[in-house]
Ligand binder design. Structure first.
Ligand code: HPA
Length: 254
């Protein structure tokens, strides 16, 4: 046989994990109730349509209830997505900003994280096992997925900070000013509550994972206004910008 036939690559199956402020996102879409050995995911898994492609969506903090970050069943969420064939996860999360070059209302795609959380279901490797896996977590986020998000932001004309260190705290309370000073000394640019254990569970399951972070406040002690005033003033703007980036992202990848 002469000539080469181009092999069509199977497109990735994407999912979004939506954070606070996105509770009604995709409310009219079809849903999947997925059972997992870790229990129920935070919400039914919604199926958003992008052209002929579908994107799965989990509301991290639940559809109606607000499940606080430290009580989210991260293992059930990631397992449910994997069971539906998801291999690439874009996680949306809100963060407070420590880095003085950035402002609430802006977006960022962090490149690194420091995990300060505890007592969450951090791994699928529990108990004794013959094939104990130590994932290489040097780069906690998928560089290719990060770049695709950044490219989408650029194409959509939305400013989006490339990089930075996301400090993941336990919550649900916000930090003290002294804690944020320590996070700054540790090298953190943002502080949020949800990138862990999502990022490492995704890696354990062999899934690509990156965060699109919505900067919604100055971290404790970094701003002049009360944090809840920041949240009120900036969450809607950051959310609107992120929706534009996501629209462009799915337009580009599918
Ligand atoms: N700290 C922790 N988590 C957050 C913050 C914060 O300042 N803002 C949004 N999520």
């Amino acid at each position: 046989m002469t000539g080469t036939r181009e092999k069509k690559r199977t497109p990735r199956q994407y999912a979004l994990i939506a954070g606070s402020g996105f509770r009604d996102f995709g409310a009219d879409s079809a849903t999947h109730i997925v059972e997992t050995e870790y229990g129920e995911p935070s919400s039914p898994v919604r199926e958003l349509e992008y052209g002929e492609h579908k994107v799965f969506l989990i509301a991290r903090h639940g559809d109606h209830l607000r499940i606080p970050a430290h009580r989210v069943n991260y293992r059930a969420n990631m397992t449910a997505l994997r069971k539906l064939g998801v291999d690439s996860v874009v996680a949306i999360n809100t963060v407070g900003v420590i880095n003085g070059q950035l402002l609430p209302g802006q977006l960022a795609v962090p490149a690194q994280l420091i995990d300060y959380t505890w007592g969450r279901g951090h791994s699928f490797h529990e108990g004794e096992s013959d094939n104990l896996a130590h994932i290489d977590f040097t780069e906690p986020f998928c560089s290719d997925l990060r770049q695709k998000i950044l490219d989408a932001a650029e194409a959509a004309g939305i400013a989006c900070h490339d990089g930075g260190v996301y400090a993941v705290t336990q919550g649900p309370r916000l930090e003290t000013a002294a804690e944020v000073r320590r996070l700054a000394l540790d090298g953190a640019d943002f502080v949020g509550m949800t990138a862990m254990p999502e990022a490492s569970l995704a890696m354990e399951l062999g899934m690509h994972y990156a965060c699109l972070s919505l900067i919604v406040n100055f971290a404790a002690g970094c701003g002049q206004t009360a944090i809840h005033e920041d949240l009120e003033a900036h969450t809607a703007t950051a959310k609107m910008q992120s929706m534009k980036v996501l629209r462009q992202f799915f337009h580009a990848v599918y």
